[in-house]
Each structure stands twice: as C-alpha cells, then as structure tokens.
Design a protein around this ligand. Structure first.
Ligand code: UT7
Length: 345
C-alpha cells in the first residue's frame, strides 16, 4: 500500500505532512439501491421528456431506496465495503463522520446508527452537513483528526436518501436527484501517498438558492408547513448552475496552486455529479480535456454528499485511477458551499 511519494512541495500547505504523519485513503466502497427510476418513468409522473433530461443534464436514470432502506443502512453497507477494501475491522475505527442532508432523523446522528450497525463500538460518531460538498468537508476534518494524533483510522461516509425530500410534482427538481452512499477509510501511513490538500469554501448570502426550509427550528413541521411544501428541496437551478461553475473553477485553481502542479499533471478529476453541462463548462474553463473527468451521473443522477464518494469508488475499482495518479475531487452545493481536494493515489 505504501511507497514514498515522488512529489516535492515547496509550499508547506501543499502536502499535509505533520512530523512524518500523512493521511492516506486506504479503502473505498459504495452502495446503490437496486431500484432504478428511468427517465421514461418520470415522463409518466411529471411533464418532462427523456430528451429534455438527457440534453440538459446527461442523466438517464437514478437509484431510489426502498421504504425501509434507510440512509444509515446504505451508509453502513458502503462503510463495510470500504473497510474490507482497506483490510480494517470495525474495532479499529476511531471516528465515523457521515456527511448528509437526509439523515435518518434530526437526531441522533446517522453516524451513531452506522456505528451500531457495523459494530464499531470504540468509535466516536457525528454527522456533518455541507450538502453536496459534505464529503470533501468530512475528508478534510477526518484528516485533521489523524494529523493531530487524535485518531489513527477514520471512516468518512457520504450518504443520501434524497428521494425522501424530493417534491415528486416539481419537474424542475425531481428529475435530478437519486439515492446512494460512498465511503473511504482514512489512515495514517507515513511516507506514503495521500490526501495532499483540501479547500473548503462557503457563501451564506446565497443560502436561499438551494434549500429545504421546513423541519428545522425555524419552520417545524405543522399542517401549514406541510401544505406549503416546506419539507421538500427547492432550487433556483439557473443561479445554482452559474455559481457552481465559478466556485468549482476557483477551488480547482487554488488547490492546484497550493500543490504547485499544473492541471495537465492530473490523471483524473472526480467532479460532483450534478449536471454534465456544469462539468463540461468547468473543463473548458480550466483547459482540461473531457476524458480526464470521471462521470457516472447518467446512472445515478445527483446523490449530493454521496456523489463524489460513489464516483471515487467506481473510478478506483474500474482501474481508471491507478497507484501514484494525481486525482482532483471538485464539489459544490447548497449553502452555498464548495470544495476541492487533491490526492496522490
Ligand atoms: O447539487 C447541487 C447543485 N445543483 C446543481 O448543480 C443544479 C444546477 N442547475 C442545473 O443543473 C440546471 O439549471 C437545471 C438542469 C436544473 C435546469 O437547466 P436549465 O438549462 O438551467 O433550464 P431552465 O431552468 O432555464 O429551464 C428551461 C425551461 C423552463 O421552461 P420555460 O420557463 O423556458 O418555459 C423550465 O420550466 O425548461 C423547463 N424545465 C423542464 N422541461 C422539461 C425545467 N425542468 C424541466 C423538465 N422537463 N424536467
């Protein structure tokens, strides 16, 4: 698993390396529900067409969790697969972070439910909410626990049951999202490949562009809040689209600058899987050819915090990412939030 990095960094913020401690992704895993919802089925539900969805987004189908298939179940399955890949047991897990906007319930944390399912009874556990950017936020936080020697093994999971908050009468949003989970195991692996840098950003002035207003303490569930459809996801798609492109480009440039590498040195980019046109716009503006982007949104749609985690797992398992490759992950979501991470795989 571990061979020393060939990269040399002048910028101390480039490589997270503290007194010989580095943070590696030692295992990846994902889980997708079996039920496939196709564009043709959506044509029967709202006034839309396969042609519109594919041409405006690239999405052809998405997965939908069963009624009794909860977020914590999907998260635990992805985690179990990542632990098997890393060769670690649940007893070795020091911390579980679940990035999600669709927890099983407001509290306790879904991470605690996962801890119980996988039997990681030595682990601390909490949820993190940074919408579609949550997985990179969670990886960066997990890494900080490893660098500070608080933890040796951290399980980071992005898991969403977005089908539970979608307004299935709103064609503007219901065609875009899907359910699923992805996970990584982070471990200290001295002098090995690892997570080189992570950028996190936010702009709360644009919070209203993408939100679910109901269910918190501002708008608790009432008969009125339910009939006003406050408990569903709402989005100003056009504005989110523009902000996504700008933020992802800025985050990518900052991450590349920190690591003192050129975009041409990247072997693979794992972008948030929201819209093919967003990914194309980001690639064009950064001068990165289309084939360097790993895209699976045609199969799963936008799975929010799970999106890049599922894509990373598929890219590794399919051989698209190889040992030593430089990989950049790019995310964007409600908040607004955004992030970028560069990994020497
Ligand atoms: O993960 C968080 C980040 N979220 C995103 O990244 C989403 C970002 N936004 C987008 O991906 C795109 O803005 C959308 C896919 C949501 C929409 O694409 P667009 O090209 O921006 O379309 P639009 O919102 O400008 O809508 C164009 C037309 C409208 O009709 P009118 O007003 O021009 O008559 C919409 O009502 O398309 C209509 N429309 C649809 N038509 C058929 C919107 N949704 C649909 C639909 N089927 N499902």
């Amino acid at each position: 698993m571990s061979s020393a990095s060939k990269l040399k960094f002048k910028n101390p913020r480039a490589r997270h390396d503290f007194k010989g401690r580095t943070c590696s992704i030692t295992g990846v895993g994902s889980y997708l529900p079996k039920r496939i919802l196709t564009n043709a089925e959506l044509e029967q539900m709202v006034n839309t067409s396969d042609e519109w969805i594919v041409s405006r987004t690239g999405i052809r189908e998405r997965r939908i969790a069963g009624k009794h298939e909860h977020n914590s179940h999907m998260a635990a399955e992805a985690a179990t697969r990542a632990m098997a890949h890393a060769g670690v047991t649940s007893a070795q897990i020091d911390l579980i972070i679940v990035a999600t906007i669709t927890p099983d319930m407001p509290f306790p944390a879904t991470a605690c439910l996962v801890q119980q399912i996988i039997g990681a009874d030595q682990a601390a556990a909490f949820d993190l909410e940074a919408a579609c950017s949550g997985f990179i936020y969670a990886m960066e936080i997990g890494q900080q626990f490893i660098m500070s020697r608080t933890c040796d093994t951290v399980l980071v999971i992005g898991s969403e049951k977005l089908s539970s908050i979608i307004d299935w009468t709103d064609r503007n949003t219901c065609v875009l999202f899907g359910d699923g989970a992805g996970a990584v195991v982070l471990q200290n692996r001295p002098a090995s490949h690892g997570l080189l840098t992570a950028i996190m950003g936010a702009d709360g002035s644009k919070a209203g562009l993408l939100s679910m207003p109901g269910g918190g303490s501002m708008h608790p569930a009432t008969v009125e809040s339910v009939s006003a459809r406050l408990h569903h996801l709402r989005m100003d798609g056009k504005e989110v689209f523009k902000a996504a492109v700008t933020a992802m480009i800025t985050a990518a440039r900052e991450a590349l600058g920190r690591c003192e590498i050129e975009a041409s040195q990247l072997a693979c980019i794992i972008p948030h899987q929201a819209n093919r046109r967003i990914i194309d716009a980001v690639g064009t503006r950064l001068g990165i050819p289309e084939e360097k982007f790993f895209v699976n949104l045609e199969k799963y749609g936008n799975t929010s915090a799970a999106s890049v985690a599922i894509a990373l797992d598929e890219a590794v398992r399919s051989g698209r990412i190889k040992r030593g490759d430089l990989v950049m992950m790019l995310v964007f979501g409600a908040g607004l939030t955004w992030g970028a991470a560069i990994i020497e795989w």
